[in-house]
Ligand binder design. Structure first.
Ligand code: NAD
Length: 264
């Protein structure tokens, strides 16, 4: 197999200062990619994180502030990545938020925020990324959807709508770019033990009067047949695979990392 120079690939990962996005940034950096981290904040810690990744993996890394609720900022993030690093090879649409409420009580501004950050941001970043990827005659777009892109749960209308929308966007973009050697796929994680999910455990223990192990197994992972969380590292591994040469003919599909949730 022909060796390929790996260290010239550049990846931008939206919403990557914590959890899955940060894990993916680390995974791609370990695979030799230069990485751009992003969130809506602009703190010293954000920039220090990028410096730490650059040192640890001997790649170039930068932090770029951009609010994924703002379409123009999404597009600027992509263009600025390509300008700074000379190319854009990988786009990972990961930024996401959640709000839980019954449809009739769902605050309209929360609906707009969930749809904007979880779905519309991916439309804007993808639209901006295509000309840069076409210039390189290749590219990889990985959308971090969810098991909720394939199945519904009550009280998560905006999230479920956004994630189903992301799966539809993935298929459409894949078809439009099929002859450009640019692939577009969605990863659909089940419950992943990120700091965000970890923080919910004490409340769930109190509500259900259960110990940690029981609440995790019987409540949080009730729909995940393995009864184990997926890990950030496993989502990162799936992303690195979809960005590899071996995945060149995988496009327009979903890759579930959900312990069997959607097999049901
Ligand atoms: P997280 O809260 O740890 O990370 C979310 C990231 O997005 C953070 O870096 C945050 O700063 C950033 N972000 C939030 N709003 C933003 C905005 N307006 N602009 C830019 N960045 C913004 O959450 P996570 O659990 O790592 O989730 C990451 C993605 O994975 C989300 O799309 C989520 O829907 C999806 N997902 C998570 C799970 C899970 O169980 N954790 C399961 C399925 C899918």
């Amino acid at each position: 197999m022909e060796a390929r120079v790996r260290d010239s690939r550049t990846a931008v990962i939206t919403g990557s200062t914590s959890g899955i996005g940060l894990g993916i940034a680390r995974g791609l950096a370990a695979d030799g990619c230069n990485v751009v981290l992003n969130s809506f904040t602009d703190s010293d810690e954000d920039h220090a994180l990028a410096e730490e990744i650059a040192r640890e993996y001997a790649v170039k890394a930068a932090y770029l502030q951009a609010d994924m609720a703002d379409g123009a900022a999404c597009r600027r993030l992509v263009d600025e990545t390509a300008r700074r690093f000379g190319s854009l090879d990988i786009l990972v649409n990961n930024a996401g938020i959640q709000h839980v409420a019954a449809v009739e009580d769902f605050p309209p501004e929360k609906w707009d925020a969930v749809i904007g950050i979880n779905l519309s941001s991916a439309f804007h970043t993808t639209a901006a990324a295509i000309p840069h990827m076409r210039q390189c005659s290749s590219g990889r777009i990985v959308n971090i959807a969810s098991a909720h892109g394939l199945r519904a749960s009550p009280f998560k209308s905006a999230y479920v709508a956004a994630k189903h929308g992301m799966v539809g966007l993935t298929k459409t973009v894949a078809l439009e770019l099929a002859e450009d050697r640019i692939t577009c796929n969605a990863i659909c994680p089940g419950y992943v033990l990120t700091p965000l999910v970890e923080a919910q455990i004490p409340d769930q223990m109190k509500t259900h009067r259960m110990d940690r192990d029981t609440v995790v197994r019987e409540v949080m992972l009730a729909r995940q047949p393995t009864r184990e969380f997926a890990t950030v590292e496993q989502i990162a591994t799936a992303t690195v695979f979809l960005c590899s040469d071996g995945a060149a003919q995988i496009t327009g599909t979903t890759l579930s990392v959900d312990g069997g949730w959607t097999a049901q």
